[in-house]
Design a binder for this molecule. Structure first.
Ligand code: MOS
Length: 746
């Protein structure tokens, strides 16, 4: 059981908004840009400053340190100084006694702009040289010499849309001044050390003057990897100036407007097959809509390039990716981190190639799946061919071939309701692609009564990482999990943390926890050996064994004895993923410690009179290694899948001249329980993974990409209705778009 469920369901779990408000706490209103691009001609704060309850109003000029949020590239001001680059960009901040007073004063701020031309299309940006960073190209083999020997060549374009994170808890922070100018920040972040260091730079502080504490957050999905920082910094600045606590919790509407999303991509492709359907060559150009600043876009672009071939082997590849600077809010990390966009593209191409070659897509997919020893375009070799195992397993479990026949019979007799099916294999690399980030620390404290507190750098965001860490500690110490408490993530207890992202939270922090627990057990066994004398001591199930026989020396006594013997009952440990490296000049290396695999079969029904559809059933066979917790992993697969289906079907971000108009949950539709399909998940058997803690596998992001299958199941059904028109490879496939296609009305 996930031990978060009881306190969550009782409403007892503490989030930033639940922390009792300290005395004299101030509230915040953020004044944002209302134009997509322009110079700030004048800014008049006078009325706002005089408004009731206002304690302080700040602008860029008031920032004592660096007015800078950018970490990879320093290109994003916290508060716009002379120029604004997107609608929603913070310009000034009001701190007041109540939220209403702050909001009211914000309305009194007067601004004049000189508008500049804006770019909203990544291809246009690339054409004009508006790039975040130089483009990157990965190559394998030699595409140019192969095209002539291809039997089938397909060329075309794929578009995919962005995606709002819709974390349940919006961006939040509470900053509390401490003695000596220090600040304690309760920040809803996936990335406490980056909040700590960025806020330090903004205040011109040393990092040790900022303490960030995170008990848990209400979902992140990547949206709080980088973009929790601005709001923490805004609270910190208020606390710095007023010496009063400051709290900011964005409301949903505001959050949707001012925070970045998954990157939309537009891609041109060319792919060649031989007569049998083997892919011989693949080239593509990916245009990523980064928005107005780098944020994590270049890292996300990298992960796109690492996943261009998904679970397939392609011997000749040349792919180039452009991070394009446009005038919308900077886009950011979101579950999959650029990989879903790449994996959608290759599936579109296979779908296109199947139509042109006449070879069924399932045959094309199967024929080209990765085998052991195959090479990825970035040089790494495939170690475990669980792509093929999961593919074969799900074909069998879902009765795929029977389903195809049954659907055919159904479709033959049904004029307007059509059924379709798809297969979606996935291969997702595990590790931060920035090699240095693959590190984690843990601190395990054993109190003299035998209870245990574990601190790591991992952030609990509903994904169950705390339960996994507790499991790892309980197994390693061989004690009941009830003895163990997972403490908040705090930058004074575990330092220099990497964000909880890239699916690595349990892998890295769990491994550090295991190492720390082993240190404790080793020390305790020395104590036991001294007490029990001759023989071999071991510890199992809360009890010391002497020569494999149970003794009376149980956990609590052993711990107490160790304490009396003045043995250290606290252990700090560190883990750094071994064996990974990358040469960014050659664009070759071993960026991932392993890959996660799996395959989904998706069944859909389309109402071809209305353009509406249902995703009926998804069968998943997923490689979770040796799962640390069945229910948690099941939840990650189901949740990821449904979020992925949302990305490709319902979730459409609409902008009008750079202004997000789908800016509320009334106009931005996410899948709900009624829309969710029936899901069956089987974890691949005998899939032990020597590269992660206790043979487990990372699971946060990979299952998201099963959702891509929904697009092709709908397409399959729709094309049973009309076959005479080229498909437009663009997502999301909202019902309106499907209807226009069905009746040739685009
Ligand atoms: Mo995640 S998209 O790596 O925070």
């Amino acid at each position: 059981m996930n031990d978060l469920i009881p306190p969550h369901t009782r409403g007892e779990s503490i989030f930033v908004g639940d922390i009792p408000e300290p005395k004299n706490m101030l509230h915040v209103a953020v004044f944002i840009s209302s134009i997509p691009h322009g110079k700030i001609k004048s800014l008049d704060l006078e009325e706002a400053e005089k408004s009731e309850g206002v304690v302080k109003v700040i602008t860029a000029k008031d920032i004592p340190g660096e007015n800078q949020l950018g970490r990879i590239i320093q290109d994003e001001e916290l508060l716009a100084e002379e120029k604004v680059d997107f609608i929603g960009q913070p310009i000034a901040v009001v701190y007041a006694k109540t939220k209403e007073q702050a909001e009211k004063a914000k309305e009194l701020i007067k601004i004049e702009y000189e508008e500049l031309p804006a770019i909203f299309n990544p291809r246009e940006a690339a054409k004009k040289g508006s790039l975040i960073a130089p483009s990157r190209t990965f190559t394998l083999g030699d595409v140019d010499s192969i095209w002539d020997s291809c039997e089938t060549i397909v060329e075309g374009k794929v578009d995919s849309g962005g995606q709002e994170h819709v974390y349940m808890e919006t961006q939040s922070c509470l900053a509390i001044p401490q003695e000596d100018g220090r600040l304690l920040l309760y920040s809803a972040t996936q990335n406490p050390s980056t909040v700590q260091s960025t806020v330090s730079d903004i205040l011109d502080y040393d990092m040790n003057k900022i303490e960030v504490d995170v008990k848990r957050i209400g979902g992140g999905f990547g949206g709080k990897e980088d973009q929790a920082t601005a709001w923490a910094a805004i609270c910190a600045l208020g606390a710095y100036y007023t010496k009063q606590p400051v709290k900011l919790i964005l409301d949903r509407h505001e959050d949707m407007i001012v925070t970045g999303k998954r990157h939309p991509y537009s891609t041109d492709y060319k792919l060649g097959l031989d007569k049998e359907g083997k892919i011989l060559a693949f080239s593509a150009d990916y245009y990523q809509d980064a928005g107005a600043a780098a944020d994590l876009s270049t890292a996300i672009l990298g992960r796109t390039l690492y996943h261009v071939t998904n679970a397939y082997f392609i011997p000749n590849v040349r792919v180039t990716a452009y991070s394009c600077k446009t005038n919308i809010v900077p886009n950011t990390a979101m579950r999959g981190f650029g990989a879903p966009q790449a994996m959608f593209v290759i599936e579109c191409i296979l779908s296109h190639a199947a139509e042109v070659s006449g070879i069924p897509i399932s045959v094309l997919q199967e024929k080209n799946l990765l085998n052991e020893g195959d090479q990825f375009p970035y040089g790494m070799l495939v170690e475990k061919a669980n792509a093929r195992r999961s593919f074969a397993q799900v074909i069998e479990d879902s009765r795929f071939h029977n389903l195809v026949k049954e659907q055919e019979e159904f479709n033959n007799t049904s004029r307007f309701i059509k059924k379709g099916i798809s297969i979606m294999p996935i291969c997702f690399g595990i590790s931060f692609t920035a090699t240095h980030m693959n590190q984690a620390g843990a601190l395990v404290n054993v109190y003299w009564d035998g209870s245990v507190g574990v601190s790591t750098g991992a952030i609990e965001m509903g994904q169950g990482v705390n339960m996994k860490i507790k499991t790892i500690a309980a197994r390693t110490l061989s004690i009941k999990p009830e003895r163990i408490r997972i403490e908040s993530t705090n930058t004074t207890r575990v330092i220099n943390t990497s964000p909880t992202s890239a699916s690595t939270g349990a892998d890295l922090n769990g491994k550090a926890t295991e190492i720390a627990c082993k240190k404790i057990i080793e020390r305790l066994l020395n104590v036991a050996a001294e007490k029990l004398g001759q023989g071999e001591v071991a510890f199992e199930n809360e009890t010391v064994l002497l020569n494999s026989k149970k003794t009376d020396l149980a956990w609590e006594n052993l711990v107490w004895s160790a304490y009396l013997s003045r043995v250290n009952l606290a252990a700090q440990a560190f883990y750094a993923t071994p064996g990974i490296y990358f040469d960014s000049e050659k664009e070759k290396g071993k960026p991932f410690v392993y890959h996660a695999f799996g395959t989904a079969v998706t069944e859909a029904t389309v109402d071809c009179l209305r353009g509406t559809y249902t995703i009926d059933k998804v069968h998943v066979v997923h490689d979770a290694g040796r799962s640390l917790n069945y229910l948690i992993d099941l939840g990650q697969v189901e949740g990821g899948l449904v979020q992925g289906i949302g990305w490709l079907t319902l979730e459409e971000l609409q902008y009008e001249n750079g202004r997000l108009i789908s800016d509320a949950l009334a106009t931005y539709k996410v899948p709900d329980i009624h829309f969710a399909p029936e899901i069956t998940v089987k974890f691949l058997e005998d899939a032990d993974n020597p590269y992660a803690v206790m043979q487990s596998k990372a699971i946060g992001e990979p299952p998201f990409m099963y959702g891509i299958g929904s697009y092709f199941a709908i397409k399959d059904a729709a094309q049973k209705f009309r076959k005479d028109k080229d498909w437009d490879y663009s997502a999301p496939l909202i019902p309106e778009k499907l209807l226009l296609y069905l009746y040739n009305m685009e």
